[in-house]
Design a protein around this ligand. Structure first.
Ligand SMILES: [Zn+2]
Length: 61
C-alpha cells in the first residue's frame, strides 16, 4: 500500500521571472532590460544598444 500522503511537502516549482520584471535598469534607447541594476546612475544601455553605440563611436566618420 503506497502512502500518497506521507506528509512530504510538494517540491517548489522553479520560480521564473515572469511576475515582476527583473530589478534591472531599462535601456534608455529601446527600454529593454539591461545588465545593470537600477541603482546604476546615468545612461544604461542594453547589450545590443551598447554594442551599437560602441560601433558608432569606433566608426565615426
Ligand atoms: Zn537598447
Amino acid at each position: 500500500m503506497d502512502d500518497a500522503c506521507g506528509g512530504n511537502p510538494a517540491p517548489k516549482p522553479e520560480a521564473e521571472n515572469t511576475d515582476k520584471g527583473p530589478p534591472f535598469a531599462e535601456c534608455v534607447l529601446c527600454r529593454e532590460p539591461t545588465e545593470y541594476p537600477e541603482s546604476v546612475r546615468g545612461i544604461t544601455l542594453c547589450p545590443v544598444c551598447e554594442w551599437r553605440e560602441a560601433e558608432r563611436a569606433a566608426c565615426s566618420g
